[in-house]
Design a protein around this ligand. Structure first.
Ligand SMILES: Nc1ncnc2c1ncn2[C@@H]1O[C@H](COP(=O)(O)OP(=O)(O)OP(=O)(O)O)[C@@H](O)[C@H]1O
Ligand SMILES: CC(=O)N[C@H]1[C@@H]2OC[C@@H](O2)[C@@H](O)[C@@H]1O[C@H](C)C(=O)O
Length: 356
């Protein structure tokens, strides 16, 4: 069977609003076996006024959202164009872009990622594959998470693929199906307390390490309803704002102790969430830099081999996987799994726009 090659750019904007992640990827596929190389990658930080707009957009009117969508499509187009020019990238098959999630209400039948307007193709000008979540929601799915199919295709050597971002989530195979779910908040809470100490985040978990565990708080965190539920399940900021932070705030303890106790809680929940306590656990996302958290996870999973990849994969795995979703769409192949999103069926999602 012949080998197919794809030269693409993956573009992702995540929940932490740190910026737009871009990764130039070369894929090759033969007999359904995929390999990839990340050639160049970069995160372009948002300006403070963009962060403000993206945060407030949840309350915008329809007209304001339309305007924001146009402006954001232009912003993304200029970021992508600069990336292509800076790295002298040629002969692209496509730019595969997630956009930025503003509204996500699958229960009401809609999800909105801005930056996915058809004019993007003419602005950059390249073939664009985007809007990967909408069709899944139309098919009754959650429209998220979309990364697990990429875990399956690109990282099949690991028993568990875990991301430690704003929240922790995991994906793995069970009875020939990919299973995925959110486990607990992570950096949404740790950053909140690091901010109270005047820091963006607790570098390497060094401050959390100096704290003491408050056993009562730990027990109350572990007793929260969400942790007793079975998958599929997912978390949002509401859980942090309305439940977790008020619970922690009801304890009058030092910030270091809050950080330490929450880290312990995350490590315990991660250990509980994995059906088999042996094998290999591949960890990506900024939380993989939190050495203290990683040590506590290893403490509760002594027989698990924890693998933390190079910076490129650790920070750009989501951009890499959206690039893959775009290539799968170009090939007319399945890129969303109903076992993960709960939609009616597996399907090939996304829109393809050609530059005129
Ligand atoms: N050196 C470090 N030590 C500890 N934590 C770190 C370090 N570097 C980054 N982090 C944490 O990682 C976070 C960023 O992670 P990441 O970019 O994976 O999140 P995200 O992609 O926005 O989240 P999500 O995947 O949930 O959308 C930072 O806000 C910080 O909390
Ligand atoms: C609707 C939406 O944008 N969801 C994001 C968000 O950020 C993290 C988590 O919540 C995950 O469900 C998803 O993104 C990842 C990349 C995914 O779809 O797999």
């Amino acid at each position: 069977m012949k080998e197919d090659y794809y030269n693409v750019i993956g573009v992702m904007s995540g929940t932490s609003l740190d910026g737009v992640d871009l990764a130039h990827i070369q894929f090759s596929v033969k007999n359904n076996k995929w390999t990839f190389e990340i050639l160049e990658s970069e995160t372009i930080a948002y300006s403070s006024s963009w962060i403000k707009s993206l945060k407030s957009a949840v309350d915008y009117s329809k007209e304001q959202l339309e305007k924001l969508n146009q402006n954001y499509t232009q912003l993304l187009a200029s970021i992508i164009t600069d990336f292509i020019e800076k790295h002298k990238i040629e002969n692209l098959d496509a730019v595969c872009s997630h956009g930025h999630t503003i509204l996500h209400q699958p229960q009401n039948g809609f999800t909105l990622q801005i930056g996915n307007l058809p004019e993007m193709a003419s602005l950059i000008p390249q073939t664009v594959v985007c809007d990967f979540r909408v069709q899944d929601v139309q098919l009754g799915g959650q429209g998220a998470p979309l990364v697990p199919i990429g875990d399956r295709i690109l990282f099949p050597q690991y028993d568990y693929c875990m991301n430690l971002g704003g929240f922790s989530n995991v994906s793995f195979e069970q009875n020939k199906q990919r299973i995925a779910f959110d486990i607990s908040p992570v950096n949404t809470v740790l950053n909140f307390y690091a901010n109270q100490l005047g820091l963006d985040y607790d570098d390497k978990g060094n401050i959390s390490r100096t704290g003491k565990i408050d056993t009562n708080l730990l027990n109350e965190l572990n007793a929260l309803d969400f942790y007793q539920k079975k998958y599929p399940k997912s978390l949002g900021f509401e859980f942090v704002k309305e439940i977790v932070l008020p619970l922690i705030e009801s304890f009058e303890i030092a910030i270091e102790d809050k950080l330490c106790t929450f880290t312990e809680h995350v490590a315990q929940q991660i250990a509980l969430a994995l059906p088999n306590k042996k094998g290999s656990l591949f960890i990506t996302g900024g939380g993989a830099y939190n050495n203290f958290l990683i040590e506590r996870i290893q403490y509760y999973l002594p027989e698990m081999k924890i693998i933390i990849p190079s910076t490129k994969i650790l920070e750009f795995k989501e951009a890499l996987i959206f690039a893959l979703l775009g290539v799968l769409k170009l090939r007319g192949e399945i890129n969303v799994l109903s076992s993960v999103t709960g939609s009616e069926m597996d399907h090939s999602s996304g829109n393809i726009y050609y530059s005129k």
